[in-house]
Design a protein around this ligand. Structure first.
Ligand code: HEM
Length: 366
């Protein structure tokens, strides 16, 4: 669907007003170029809104013929349901209830069109076979790049191919298999930690106030800390100790970043209408937190890089021909590939630390 950008519409409105002024100033609104510009601009925005939020998605889009849930609201599609229910619940229900061939279509806020892939075959087409045809929306990329940098997850086209070529050795079957013991070790430590946590909790009472021998523990934090430690070993060759210490700054920083508070949701929504540079400049607590987290994460990633560099140098000192000096983790492989600048390596670290541990808790799919 072709939609003219707001900037282009504004320029067109200014040009139109000035041509009215030069051709026949009597037609200017109250004789003012700027009032005329404003009036033309907002009429254009209204036409654009009617086209992109009503006419095209409801009457013209070829996607509307795909299997889809019943439209519940003329303008909001499935938005209110997606916002109200836990992340992914409506999508899972549609997958179970709507007969489909791998794709389900639904509309979100102001009828923004979404296609959900529902089968392994459709998924492999989307994320591998045709991944270069499916470009991530710039609003999403800009928002995520603030935390992830422009690493392999957010780059497209040739840049992505280059990064992937340089990082693939870190994911060889042998390397991943060598990480299995780490997965088990960290999972065992997590279970032992949860055990202790349960023991430390007072028993709960049932609704009849009768004493019951059950205790409750929220495992969400435990799984997040375990995956953070696992991705630490896979990425830089050592654990971050998050299982032992739930107050670790790295773990707390990611908890802050991934917390879906009302400000985060509001920014996510406003990002559909207002430019990202404007939203990120707003002096609100969420922006302050994200900026503080961004600075902290970049700092520790550069420290990891420097530490790994001296480790590789020391290993090379001992044995110049050692190809795996410094280790077989993602950072060592990225450095040995010679295909990345320090800044790009830090972007990869930011990407793997986030994509590798918090994939379990996704933000709402507007
Ligand atoms: C339950 C766990 C996980 C889920 C559901 C998940 C999901 C995904 C999805 C859907 C994509 C494709 C994104 C796209 O192209 O738009 C992706 C890409 C990616 N994931 Fe994961 N992921 C998981 C675990 C991990 C782990 C453990 C790592 C770290 C080693 C990781 C690192 C990445 C990276 C680097 C990419 C970008 C790959 C590329 O573009 O070539 N993910 N993940």
């Amino acid at each position: 669907m072709v939609v003219l950008k707001k900037r282009a519409l504004l320029l067109a409105a200014v040009a139109l007003s000035f041509s009215v002024k030069s051709l026949d100033p009597e037609y200017l609104l109250h004789g003012s170029v700027w009032q005329t510009t404003t009036a033309i601009f907002f009429s254009m925005l209204t036409v654009r809104f009617s086209w992109s939020c009503l006419l095209y998605p409801l009457c013209l889009s070829p996607l509307r013929h795909l299997p889809h849930p019943k439209q519940t609201s003329l303008l909001l599609g499935q938005f209110s349901r997606i916002i109200k229910e836990p992340t992914g619940y409506p999508h899972r229900e549609w997958m179970e209830e709507i007969e489909n061939d791998g794709l389900i279509y639904y509309r979100g806020l102001f009828n923004m069109e979404r296609v959900m892939v529902t089968t392994p075959k459709a998924l492999s087409e989307a994320v591998t076979l045709k991944s270069y045809d499916l470009i991530k929306p710039p609003t999403l990329t800009k928002g995520l790049a603030r935390i992830l940098g422009y690493g392999i997850l957010l780059t497209e086209g040739q840049e992505h191919k280059n990064q992937r070529k340089n990082l693939t050795p870190a994911f060889s079957y042998r390397h991943v298999k060598d990480l299995y013991p780490v997965f088990w070790e960290q999972s065992r430590d997590m279970i032992l930690g949860i055990d202790k946590d349960i023991e430390s909790k007072p028993t709960t009472k049932d609704e009849n106030e009768k004493q019951e021998n059950s205790r409750e523990v929220n495992v969400d934090g435990w799984t997040s800390r375990a995956t953070l430690d696992i991705i630490g070993v896979a990425t830089i060759g050592k654990s971050f100790g998050a299982i032992e210490d739930d107050q670790s700054e790295l773990y707390r920083t990611y908890q802050t970043l991934f917390k879906q508070d009302w400000q985060t949701r509001m920014i996510g929504l406003l990002n559909f209408f207002l430019p990202f540079w404007f939203l990120r400049a707003l002096p609100i607590p969420r922006n302050v937190k994200v900026e503080k987290a961004r600075v902290y994460l970049s700092k520790i990633c550069f420290e990891m890089l420097a530490e790994k560099r001296s480790k590789i140098a020391a290993a090379k000192e001992k044995d110049k021909s050692d190809e795996t000096a410094g280790g077989i983790d993602i950072l060592s492989v990225a450095m040995q590939s010679g295909g990345f600048t320090d800044g790009q390596i830090v972007d990869q670290l930011l990407t793997f630390l986030a994509a590798g541990h918090e994939t379990v808790c996704l933000p709402p799919l507007f």
